[in-house]
Write a protein that binds this ligand. Structure first.
Ligand SMILES: Nc1nc2c(c(=O)[nH]1)N[C@@H](CN(C=O)c1ccc(C(=O)N[C@@H](CCC(=O)O)C(=O)O)cc1)CN2
Length: 286
């Protein structure tokens, strides 16, 4: 079994980004800039934002983290985003999810300038991605695609099952796979007989937030399994949605948790920030 090591690959991508930043600074005389908005005091979100801040610093990207209490109104958040939309030094803007319940996530994401939308969550970018046009790609599915590319895992004509249809992972993942000419089945919590789908799959991608849901008897020999789940058990252990120990005997390729898809999310965010910095002149001309 080949371990799809996201930690090692993300380190390589971060080095690529560092080089790209140096080129931009030299050629365009600008420093790429990223704004991260963190609303509330969710501990996991705070950790992810801190990792994004550190990754930016290491790569030479200017970053600002704007922390807001969970009591803020939607209007206050929209005003902050508007200010960032109008700041030319900020090439990318992202709002860490999830947001508190009283704030409408769609309204907030739609308020970000699509040319600064480094999360790829704005409907403009989602639409362009579905149409296979150049766009910002949501970092997690983008990271999974980069893993496939790196390990020369061909997608064309493959039967791929995506378990989970979230806006952040499942839906964009399915679109990218369709564009890569795979035969894609998307399953969700109402899917009848999940195993009948996964058993036929060359590749299974799972992102549901249910520890150990995908077991060895649910996949065929030599399957590729990509585990996007991150679940913290009561004993503090971090595990995925797939039963790694059982699956490792059966799969040709498998991602670990931690150290698989998670670190790729941050590396691909940096890639998107470089893309956004390269759009600065285009934005300014508008
Ligand atoms: N605005 C966004 N919000 C959220 C996103 C996103 O892409 N944009 N994705 C997730 C959280 N996330 C990044 O924001 C993220 C999740 C996990 C990891 C990661 O490296 N995980 C490690 C384990 C970390 C730990 O110890 O908890 C791993 O899997 O090895 C990075 C980023 C939801 N919100």
């Amino acid at each position: 079994m080949v371990l799809l090591d996201g930690k090692a690959l993300s380190a390589k991508i971060k080095e690529e980004v560092k080089f790209e930043v140096e080129q931009i600074v030299k050629d365009k005389k600008i420093t790429p800039g990223l704004a991260v908005i963190l609303v509330g005091d969710d501990a996991a979100s705070a950790t992810y934002v801190a990792s994004k801040e550190k990754a930016c610093k290491d790569a030479g990207i200017y970053s600002v983290v704007h922390k807001m209490p969970s009591s803020i109104t939607e209007q206050e958040l929209l005003e902050t985003i508007n200010m960032m939309n109008n700041n030319p030094k900020l090439d990318g803007i992202l709002v860490q999810l999830p947001l508190p319940k009283h704030i409408d996530t769609t309204t907030v994401l739609e308020s970000i300038n699509p040319l600064k939308d480094v999360d790829g969550f704005h409907p403009y970018n989602v639409g362009r991605m579905v149409s296979n046009l150049d766009s910002f790609l949501s970092a997690t599915p983008f990271g999974v695609m980069r893993m496939f590319e790196e390990h020369k895992i061909d997608l064309s004509g493959k039967n791929i099952v995506v378990i989970g249809s979230s806006d952040i992972v499942g839906k964009p993942m399915a679109s990218l796979l369709i564009n890569a000419k795979a035969t894609v089945t998307v399953c969700n919590s109402r899917t009848k007989d999940l195993k009948s789908h996964t058993k036929n799959a060359d590749i299974v991608i799972i992102a549901v937030g249910v520890p150990y849901l995908l077991k060895a008897d649910m996949v065929k020999d030599g399957a590729v399994v990509i585990d996007v789940g991150i679940n913290r058990l009561e004993n503090g252990k971090l595990v995925g949605d797939a039963d790694f120990e059982g699956l490792k005997e059966k799969c040709s390729h498998l991602t670990p948790v931690p150290g698989g898809v998670g670190p790729m999310t941050i590396a691909m965010l940096l890639k998107n920030t470089i893309k956004a910095a390269n759009l600065r002149e285009k934005r300014e001309a508008k």
